[in-house]
Design a protein. Structure first.
Length: 277
């Protein structure tokens, strides 16, 4: 029986106390937000410790939502099967299926901004702050995987094996998952891939940790990447691999080779050995 990528959704609800928008704007800064491993388009901001996102952009990343501005009530509204939302800037409230929560709602450049954690948790999703990303990792209400784990697993798969077959990419990801379950390694995806001396990553400072960086042996530059194929590979998270395969490198190590795979991404070619630990 093979493991799936762990999928605990952070669903603790929290009420966001209202504070004057003008005061909060003084400490405002732009932050990245990713939903199920994909960076959210548009501008998301951090104000007084609260992340705000455009309502339409967030909900459309979740799937089939209708979002509109109601001129009569001067509020943004949204609906999908089983949910109806009203975000009222004047009242400073968000109403989800008839239950009203306090929270700053504001309109900027034609977009209605809402508190990220407040809304996502009421819809059944999860939000976690990722210090490496320097922003919020969101698990949508229908997600099978924890957003932060999916994001970082897809980054290491992309850095190690982008351009390879889906099976090869999954094998790279599965080594990470095997390590998460092994007591000799960190117990999180992020912890495994950022462990000193592991993989082809550079994490000298927290500031450098906003992307997985794989060194290009031809010119010494860094390759940054998160791509659709690697996200799919991370989401699948499984391959016919024993749970004690804990090493993947271009040389044999550990307690012997389980399987060797020839990788040729176009910019670098080598044989990768998947070894028992």
């Amino acid at each position: 029986m093979k493991r799936k990528l762990l999928c605990t959704l952070l669903a603790a609800a929290s009420l966001i106390c209202a504070v004057p928008v003008q005061a909060a704007a003084a400490s405002e800064r732009t932050v990245p937000v990713q939903v199920d491993g994909e960076i959210l388009s548009g501008v998301s901001t951090l104000r007084a410790g609260v992340t705000y996102v455009p309502l339409r952009t967030l909900l459309e990343s979740f799937g089939d939502w209708d979002v509109w501005w109601d001129a009569q009530s001067e509020a943004a509204k949204a609906a999908t099967d089983g949910f109806h939302i009203t975000a009222d800037p004047a009242e400073g409230t968000i109403t989800v299926n008839g239950i009203t929560y306090l929270g700053i709602v504001y309109v900027q450049n034609g977009r209605t901004y809402v508190p990220l954690r407040l809304l996502v948790t009421q819809l059944g999703g999860g939000v976690a702050w990722d210090p490496y990303l320097g922003g919020a990792a969101v698990s949508s209400p229908e997600a099978e995987y924890d957003a932060a784990d999916l994001y970082w697993l897809s980054r290491i798969i992309s850095a190690e094996s982008q351009g390879e077959s889906l099976k090869g990419q999954i094998a790279v990801g599965n080594v990470v998952l095997n390590r998460v379950e092994d007591s000799r390694f960190p117990d999180t995806v992020k912890g495994v891939i950022t462990q000193p001396g592991q993989y082809s990553t550079k994490y000298a400072t927290v500031e450098a940790a906003n992307a997985i960086q794989a060194t290009d042996s031809k010119n010494g530059t860094y390759y940054y990447g998160i791509c659709e194929d690697s996200v799919k590979a991370a989401m699948m998270g499984q391959v016919e691999m024993p749970s004690n395969v804990l090493y993947q490198a271009n040389f044999s190590q550990g307690k012997g080779v389980w399987k060797s795979v020839y990788f040729n991404s176009g910019w670098y070619a080598s044989t990768s050995y998947f070894c028992y630990g």
